[in-house]
Write a protein that binds this ligand. Structure first.
Ligand code: PLP
Length: 374
């Protein structure tokens, strides 16, 4: 028999999470996870799921019936969207201006799609004219875009223009809102987006593990008329909807504590009101933006595409970004991260999302950042 390992009591260090996620979890959400479990088909759990679905419809600003939480992180929701909507051989258009657009491409390819890209420099959004040109050249069936690109801190504006182009070409639109939903304005129905997914660990002040997703009727019709079964059993829309739809049948065990957490997070959004949370993110991140600008350090994004939830603060000349990041966490308990891909060494990525989007966090960050750079 193997020896039992000695495992110490769990005592996580005190952190202020100002990176690209997870962000600080609201104390009420943490408490909800310490409440007793019920069975995943218990009437109480069904009520919790109903509340989650109502809360998500409000969050997504949609009337879509097919709105639920994927058991898994944002990437599982991404895979649910592309894995169900893309059939082998179909052309899928994805952005080439950030890390998560590239992930969309990888996932679409594994679903059997032929992936083509629309280009924009890292640090800029897609230009609708380029999207139109890409449609003319490639005639894609599915088009994905990232509303808040966490790798660059860019907010994709002109969403209605993008969906308009796609629909004129009979294509389906998938939006990634993992770093934006609940933090900045998003209107699923008004902007006519066919499938939208997000995550719980950023703007919703909840832990990772139950990821919001919504499909409109047009998207559901495409999924239901597939010629080939979805390649993933776990993330197959029809199977998952057995559990989240009227049937409430077993598909897989619902992540009960994580659903409690998401429900409490959505209750917080309802109490504050969506406009209230958008406004708070803009005000609090605005103070951070003004603070770093006052230090003579700008953000690596134009004001009109600024994503308050993720601020790409430029690394000043002569400063070692890794050292600053290490000192912030070691001396001040504050987590931020560096740039990815084309922005590696160029920016610090400072998140301001969910329960981390509070004046106290920004004050603490500004003081620590100033002292580390001094
Ligand atoms: N999309 C975006 C924009 C993200 O920021 C992330 C995670 O940071 C993901 C997708 C993937 O989500 P997860 O890491 O929760 O799987």
């Amino acid at each position: 028999m193997n020896d039992a390992p000695e495992i110490d009591e769990l005592v996580p260090p005190d952190r202020t999470l100002m990176g690209p996620g997870p962000s600080d979890v609201h104390p009420r959400v943490l408490r909800s996870m310490a409440t007793p479990l019920v069975g995943y088909l218990d009437d109480y759990c069904v009520e919790v799921m109903n509340d989650v679905q109502d809360g998500l419809r409000y969050l997504f600003q949609t009337d879509n019936e097919h709105t639920f939480a994927v058991s898994g992180t944002g990437s599982a929701a991404m895979e649910t969207a592309f894995g169900n909507l893309v059939e082998p051989g179909e052309t899928v258009l994805v952005p080439d201006n950030g890390y998560f657009g590239a992930r969309m491409g990888e996932i679409a390819e594994r679903a059997g799609g032929e992936v083509v890209t629309v280009e924009a420099p890292w640090g800029e959004p897609l230009d609708p004219a380029d999207v139109e040109a890409a449609f003319d050249e490639h005639s894609p069936t599915v088009f994905g875009f990232v509303h808040g690109e966490t790798s660059t801190g860019v907010r994709q504006t002109s969403v209605s223009d993008l969906t308009g182009i796609a629909h004129e070409n009979d294509a389906y639109v998938v939006a990634d809102t993992v770093a934006s939903l609940g933090g900045v304005e998003f209107h699923t129905d008004e902007w006519d987006v066919d499938a939208v997914y997000s995550g719980s660990q950023k703007c919703l002040s909840a832990p990772p593990g139950a990821s919001p997703i919504t499909f409109n009727e047009r998207a559901v019709e495409k999924v239901r008329t597939r010629e080939e079964p979805v390649r993933s059993w776990y993330l197959d829309f029809e199977g998952v909807w057995e559990y989240w739809g009227e049937e409430r049948n077993y598909h897989h065990t619902g992540p009960i504590s994580t659903l409690y957490a998401l429900r409490e997070a959505l209750r917080l959004v309802s109490e504050e009101g969506l406009e209230g949370t958008w406004d708070r993110h803009e005000r609090v991140a605005g103070a951070l933006k003004e603070g770093v600008e006052a230090m003579g350090i700008g953000l690596n994004v134009a004001d009109e595409h600024w994503l308050p939830t993720l601020n790409p603060v430029r690394v000043p000349d002569g400063v070692d970004d890794g050292e600053v990041i290490d000192r912030l966490i070691e001396d001040h308990g504050i987590e931020i991260v560096g740039g990815l891909g084309a922005l590696d060494g160029e920016v610090f990525r400072v998140g301001c999302m969910g329960h981390s989007a509070r004046p106290a966090n920004v004050t603490q960050f500004m003081a620590a950042f100033g002292s580390v750079l001094a």
